[in-house]
Ligand binder design. Structure first.
Ligand SMILES: CC(C)(COP(=O)(O)OP(=O)(O)OC[C@H]1O[C@@H](n2cnc3c(N)ncnc32)[C@H](O)[C@@H]1OP(=O)(O)O)[C@@H](O)C(=O)NCCC(=O)NCCS
Length: 259
């Protein structure tokens, strides 16, 4: 009887995913060594999208940076009285923000490649407390997500490395990957799933909220791992880190990762 209900659920769930992308169902499975180049590409491209996001969209989220740039402009005007220089300042600021965002994000990427993303098998697949999954659509790897238990069972598990191939977005791939992590947390009896993001775009925040996560804190002026401090870096690169959490035990999440 239970098996019948489960079969019915799987059929319905598959139908939902098919309906969302209009194609074949999305399959989320554990990482295999042959997936490595595609996983690294999707992770790299997803992370590099953060460069313009941080440099340009991020500016509208940091009034303190805008205030600083305005103050510098006024000081330059008073000292030089040179209007063409003042006219050039916005372009200089945007170039500086782009350059430093790119530098920090590339540094972070190199750091990830020298650790977990360079040795996915060794880092995620050897222990029962961690895993990396790929989403497969029409036989192609189109998304990636990982989970790492912060403590043994009963503690929190961290969701990380979520990224979906640009050509397959808004098809339900992100939700399918997120549910896999929730399912992992439930079956391994973790109490919650936590994650952090410095993205300003709506997509990541909407996805996590849709999965049931709540923002539990924001760190302004977050220091990205592997970043070396520099004054110019401090002026041009400033991000906000959003902390999300989902209490899987009290949210009645089933072993399928659904509410
Ligand atoms: C964030 C990301 C993983 C979402 O993946 P996705 O496969 O497009 O997500 P889904 O199709 O499952 O969408 C789930 C929900 O997220 C929200 N969403 C996704 N993309 C969105 C967008 N561009 N704008 C607004 N909401 C969006 C919607 O609520 C959507 O549900 P709906 O389509 O029923 O409205 C993807 O955009 C991505 O890889 N971005 C680059 C890397 C990144 O930012 N990763 C997160 C770092 S923490």
């Amino acid at each position: 009887m239970e098996e019948k209900a489960q079969k019915k659920y799987v059929q319905k769930h598959d139908k939902d995913l098919k309906a969302q992308n209009g194609l074949q169902p999305i399959v989320v499975r554990e990482f295999e060594p042959a997936d490595k180049p595609e996983v690294q590409r999707i992770f790299y491209e997803g992370l590099m999208e953060m460069v313009p996001d941080t440099a340009f969209r991020g500016l509208t989220h940091h009034p303190e940076s805008l205030l600083l740039y305005t103050a510098v402009t006024v000081v330059c005007l008073v000292i030089t009285m040179c209007w063409w220089l003042i006219g050039l300042l916005p372009a200089i600021v945007l170039c500086g923000r782009y350059f430093y965002s790119r530098r920090v994000i590339r540094g972070y990427l190199e750091h990830a490649m020298s650790r977990d993303m360079g040795d996915i098998e060794g880092f995620y697949m050897k222990s029962s407390d961690s895993c990396l999954w790929v989403a497969v659509l029409e036989g192609k790897v189109v998304g990636v997500v990982a989970a790492v238990g912060q403590q043994k069972s009963g503690g929190a598990v961290e969701l990380l490395r979520m990224s979906v191939d640009r050509s397959c977005r808004r098809c339900g791939v992100g939700v399918a990957l997120g549910r896999k992590v929730l399912e992992f947390a439930v079956t391994h009896r973790y109490s919650s799933v936590v994650l952090g993001t410095t993205a300003y775009r709506h997509a990541a925040h909407q996805l996590y909220q849709r999965l049931g996560f709540h923002c539990v804190g924001v760190t302004n002026g977050y220091v990205t791992p592997s970043t070396r401090w520099s004054l110019l870096g401090h002026i041009f690169y400033r991000v906000r880190h959003h902390h999300y959490s989902l209490d899987v035990q009290n949210s009645k999440i089933t072993s399928n990762g659904q509410h």
